[in-house]
Design a protein around this ligand. Structure first.
Ligand SMILES: Cc1cc2nc3c(=O)[nH]c(=O)nc-3n(C[C@H](O)[C@H](O)[C@H](O)COP(=O)(O)OP(=O)(O)OC[C@H]3O[C@@H](n4cnc5c(N)ncnc54)[C@H](O)[C@@H]3O)c2cc1C
Length: 410
């Protein structure tokens, strides 16, 4: 098989790039490779896990989301051969390309925490990062009337870095509404050292942790789960850098595992040392192979791994591919935009929008982004789904036209 553009992954990144590209250059032959039967709207799982959204709204058959003008090959990609411009599929077939876009997302590494996989979905252990588990989170939250609830956050990078604490806020707000909050001991155990990576948002988030009576433990990394005995073990690093292990009994554990690049990327010539797709963070072009571009959670750029980031990345990739094919230097720039709608209580969201280096990039100027607002809740709970499926995945680039590099004499 031979195509102009081969796209690995028909998730948020792969489809957004494919659609933007087809709008830019309708005559290109574009094929998307993905073995999955369904496409997930993952940002909805935080709301499913807190009883706000129906699970069915977060999944659609893959053939219903792939635009008709794209060809979809329902096969996994297993190997890259970037020196010879072809890739290999799971069925053994080779595919030659002029341009390759790598967008297979990341792998949530449940097995990195011994005991976790065996107990997820039972014994009060859940994780909103999996479609089938988000409803169990909500079941556990409703059933808990007293006891200890622990919410964990692994080392960065993870997708939607706010999701582990969003799970806490919405659970605690529900317990408050039921009058049982005083009887529930809430802990947030974070492998990192800060509540949120952009300092402007920390005070408001801390105030919600205080309101819910949650104990914050930093540098506290989940390393083992004993489901039947309901005991979680953490490796805690103190201020002198000494580590020790702490066992905590729990009644509800929301466990978020570490996240890594998919193995077929990590073990390929396309990866950086940490395993992520090695791209230029501005142009999203591969650092070594100039006819390869990346989009979404798999890339090495230090942005917040979110669907919101993809809304801005896909137009950059589509335009830079066009420039590359026209023998021009790709100069459309991604500013590192990402967004994290922090659901601090039912009905209110702090809309954290920021770019590289933590620079605040609010979509609506003049509104203090650190204030929780009901309008942002409406956006998160109602309007982001149609924006995702009907705009972003269809190449309608709303508020996302990229800047270009300035030439030296401009
Ligand atoms: C609980 C949770 C809450 C979140 N909340 C938010 C939020 O509030 N706001 C926000 O913007 N983002 C949020 N996100 C993050 C957002 O969902 C992701 O950043 C986004 O989906 C990443 O898109 P992607 O295309 O990189 O990967 P994905 O959407 O994961 O898609 C990857 C695709 O690649 C395919 N694939 C994998 N391996 C192969 C292979 N070998 N060959 C071919 N295809 C392959 C998969 O089948 C899949 O279809 C959240 C995520 C989670 C889990």
């Amino acid at each position: 098989m031979q195509v102009d553009v081969a796209i690995v992954g028909a998730g948020a990144g792969g489809l957004a790039v494919a659609s933007s590209l087809k709008k830019q250059q309708p005559k290109l032959s574009v094929a998307v490779f993905d073995p999955a039967d369904v496409h997930y709207y993952q940002p909805g799982w935080t709301l499913v896990g807190s009883g706000v959204m129906d699970l069915e709204k977060t999944v659609r058959p893959m053939d219903s989301v792939i635009p008709k003008h794209l060809s979809w090959v329902q096969e996994a990609v297993t190997e890259f051969h970037p020196d010879s411009d072809f890739l290999t599929l799971a069925n053994g077939e080779d595919v030659s390309y002029k341009i390759l876009v790598v967008a297979p997302g990341l792998r949530v590494d449940y097995d990195a925490i011994p005991g976790l996989s065996d107990t997820l979905g039972q014994n009060g252990v859940s994780c909103n990062y999996r479609y089938d588990l988000a409803p169990y989170s909500w079941e556990c939250i409703q059933n808990l009337k007293q006891g200890k609830a622990i919410f964990t956050q692994p080392p960065m990078p993870i997708k939607c870095a706010g999701a582990p604490q969003k799970a806490l806020y919405l659970a605690a707000d529900y317990w408050r509404s039921q009058g049982v909050l005083p009887d529930i001991d809430i802990q947030f155990r974070n492998a990192g050292g800060v509540l949120f990576g952009v300092s402007e948002f920390v005070p408001i988030l801390q105030s919600y942790m205080d309101r819910y009576g949650a104990d914050l433990h930093f540098n506290s990394n989940l390393i083992h789960v004993d489901g039947p005995r309901q005991i979680a073990t953490f490796r805690v690093t103190d201020s002198e850098g000494q580590t020790h292990e702490v066992e905590e009994a729990f009644d509800y554990l929301h466990a978020v595992p570490p996240q890594v690049a998919p193995d077929f990327v990590k073990n390929s010539p396309l990866a950086n040392e940490a395993g992520w797709l090695d791209v230029n963070p501005d142009t999203l072009q591969h650092s070594t192979y100039k006819n390869i571009f990346g989009c979404g959670d798999v890339i090495s750029a230090p942005n917040a791994k979110t669907a919101a980031a993809i809304r801005k990345q896909a137009p950059v990739v589509a335009r830079n591919i066009r420039q590359y094919l026209e023998h021009d230097t790709p100069d459309h720039l991604y500013d590192g935009y990402g967004s994290c709608p922090l659901t601090v209580e039912r009905g209110k969201v702090v809309m954290a929008e920021f770019g590289y280096g933590g620079k605040l990039l609010p979509t609506i100027q003049g509104l203090d982004p650190t204030v929780p607002r009901s309008i942002w809740w409406a956006v998160k709970a109602k309007y982001l789904i149609p924006m995702y499926f009907d705009l972003m995945l269809k190449g309608r680039e709303i508020l996302a036209v990229p800047q270009r590099a300035k030439t030296p004499d401009s």
